[in-house]
Design a protein around this ligand. Structure first.
Ligand SMILES: [Ca+2]
Ligand SMILES: [Ca+2]
Length: 210
């Protein structure tokens, strides 16, 4: 056997033997996969192991055209968190803002809303959808988002909830004329009347954000 081939064979054999030893000692074994899971594994009273920290998120939103204009901002809303910079699935929550436009959601799953940038997409009961892009949700467990501008546009009264203001919404308001129907009462002054009709016609053929 050629001397060079002899040495080369010896070196390769040594490397293979070393690799086998290292493999068997578990030196390169993979760390356990960290599977995302909900905040369920609780030890004792306050100790949570391996769980995602729940988030406490709160928001200010304001609807347009309220009467009176201040202290009258309560609205039934649906908020969808649309991820821009991570691969989480869109996540939707519903709530009702108070008369200052404030709503909070304590104990949201950190697994469903991981850190990243989001488009916060909001649809009011009789309001067009409004998207607030590029909202960063970080590592803090409690965060407040002031999204009072721009206002949520009123007039999408019909329960089809089609995010578009047209004759169906006007018909719905006419149907509940002089009632206190929440969907029909665009300015939330307690009655459906010509003021609500005029808010809706002033926004005729306006579509909400996608
Ligand atoms: Ca509509
Ligand atoms: Ca009204």
């Amino acid at each position: 056997m050629n001397r060079a081939v002899f040495y080369a064979t010896g070196i390769i054999a040594s490397l293979m033997f070393g690799a086998i030893v290292i493999y068997q000692t578990g030196y390169f074994t993979q760390p356990e996969y960290y599977a995302p899971h909900e905040e369920t594994s609780v030890l004792g009273e306050n100790v949570t192991v391996g769980a995602r920290i729940p988030r406490n998120l709160s928001f200010y939103f304001k609807p347009a055209n309220r009467l009176p204009a201040t202290g009258n901002d309560s609205l039934e809303i649906s908020i969808t968190f649309r991820p821009e910079t991570n691969f989480a699935a869109p996540f939707t929550i519903t709530g009702t803002t108070n008369n200052q436009g404030f709503v909070d959601f304590p104990g949201l799953s950190g697994g469903k809303i991981p850190n990243g940038n989001y488009t916060i997409s909001v649809k009011g009961l009789s309001h067009l959808r409004r998207n607030y892009p590029n909202i960063f949700i970080g590592t803090k467990t409690t965060e407040m988002f002031d999204l009072v501008f721009p206002r949520l546009i009123a007039g999408d009264a019909h329960p089809s909830n089609d995010n578009f203001i047209n004759s169906m919404d006007i018909s719905y308001i006419l149907l509940y004329l002089y009632n206190d129907n929440l969907r029909g009462d665009q300015n939330r002054d307690g009655i459906v009347n010509s003021l609500d009709l005029s808010i809706t016609t002033s926004n005729l053929y306006v579509a909400g954000d996608e």
